[in-house]
Design a protein around this ligand. Structure first.
Ligand SMILES: Cc1cn([C@H]2C[C@H](O)[C@@H](COP(=O)(O)OP(=O)(O)O[C@H]3O[C@H](C)C(=O)[C@H](O)[C@H]3O)O2)c(=O)[nH]c1=O
Length: 351
């Protein structure tokens, strides 16, 4: 089987590529990645010379390129992770999100349909990896997103992902494309680009810089270790039903401020600082526009039907993540130089 994994040099994508390359040596894995600011081949150094792995640098917003790639490579399956993913960036540059997340997805769907429809779609699958943000925002309380929760995206990012989910389902209903979808909660772990809360906070604590907490830090997110997301994707790809959607989460809700406290204390302990030292860096800043209050996701369908569950507790996963960042200063210094500095200074100044 030849699988195109899009966005394989990104954070979640690189963990999925590694899992598939090592666990399924009989598969050919083609990593299609545009290598934008968030794509990093360092994330894949350990498997880049595996015989069943290949990188194709290219942009899914270019339909002619995507068509040519599918016509020449004739993949059997697509696992589509390539996306603009950062909510704050979507607020300042929504069009980039429409281009990559909506147009890019439609280009892939078109190319897959053109290749597979004449073959009757036998043994083919288009798997779209999405987010729980498409369901909107919950109040504090017992409610959770299920696969039947109506879509209510509220940021340009989540609107673009909701739109791409709808296009994938439309290709299933209209053209009979065998599709699968999953919607996952916040990921954390090694190789996470430090514009997102956890790696950003780790980086800033390490450098003794203010840690920005939006609003009062009351917003709640469910956190899943990225390697557990990769095993969930493996389960959905191999065992999920065609046409179905699976929610994926960590059963692990944290208010942002509580999470930052845990992170500060973990770093203090691991770096031999007095407890409370890093908490002094916490700085409350202007809230994110349209900031969703709470995401909470019910993963019972994937757990009951596909037998998947997270393998680590949050404390274990966070400890491994902090260790990874402490041991990989070069990776962090590399990605936080250049354009990142400009972006981050602008973001921070605006608050
Ligand atoms: C960067 C930053 C964030 N925050 C807050 C904002 C959120 O309430 C929370 C997490 O923010 P982050 O930007 O890391 O992630 P989300 O906006 O929840 O979205 C993430 O999880 C979903 C599922 C995806 O699908 C997104 O692709 C992914 O980026 O911390 C702060 O308080 N300070 C900061 O400096």
């Amino acid at each position: 089987m030849k699988i195109i994994i899009t966005g394989g040099a990104g954070f979640i994508g690189s963990h999925v590529v590694r899992l598939f390359v090592t666990k399924y040596p009989e598969y050919q894995i083609l990593n299609l990645d545009a290598l934008t600011y968030a794509g990093n081949l360092e994330n894949l150094r350990d498997i880049e010379s595996a015989p069943n792995y290949r990188l194709v640098k290219g942009d899914i917003t270019d339909q002619a390129f995507v068509d040519h790639l599918f016509a020449t490579e004739e993949p059997d399956a697509v696992i589509h992770l390539a996306a603009e993913s950062h909510v704050d960036r979507s607020i300042t540059d929504p069009l980039a999100f429409v281009k990559t997340n909506v147009l890019g997805t439609v280009h892939l769907l078109n190319a897959a349909k053109n290749l597979w429809k004449p073959l009757g779609y036998e043994g083919k699958v288009f798997y779209h990896v999405s987010t729980d943000e498409v369901y909107g925002s919950l109040d504090f309380g017992p409610d959770m997103f299920t696969e039947d929760t109506p879509y209510d995206p509220r940021s340009p990012y989540s609107a673009s992902k909701a739109s791409s989910d709808h296009f994938v389902r439309a290709w299933h209903h209209t053209y009979h494309m065998p599709v699968k979808l999953s919607n996952c909660s916040n990921n954390y772990g090694p190789n996470h680009f430090p514009e997102k809360l956890i790696p950003l906070a780790i980086h800033r604590i390490q450098h003794g810089q203010p840690v920005p907490v939006y609003g009062k830090g009351e917003n709640v997110r469910d956190w899943l270790f990225v390697k557990d997301h990769a095993t969930a994707i493996d389960a959905v790809f191999h065992k999920g039903k065609v046409g179905e959607t699976y929610n994926i989460g960590g059963v692990n809700e944290w208010a942002n401020l509580e999470l930052i406290h845990l992170l500060c204390d973990t770093l203090d302990e691991k770096t031999g600082k007095e407890k409370g030292t890093s908490r002094k860096l916490i700085t409350f800043v202007t809230d994110r526009a349209g900031h969703d209050l709470r995401y909470a996701i019910d993963s019972s369908k994937i757990m009951n039907e596909l037998g998947w569950k997270p393998s680590v507790t949050f404390e274990q996963g966070l400890s491994q993540t902090v260790d990874w960042y402490l041991e990989n200063q070069a990776w962090l210094n590399n990605v936080t130089s250049g354009a990142y500095q400009t972006y981050y200074q602008q973001q921070y100044a605006a608050r």
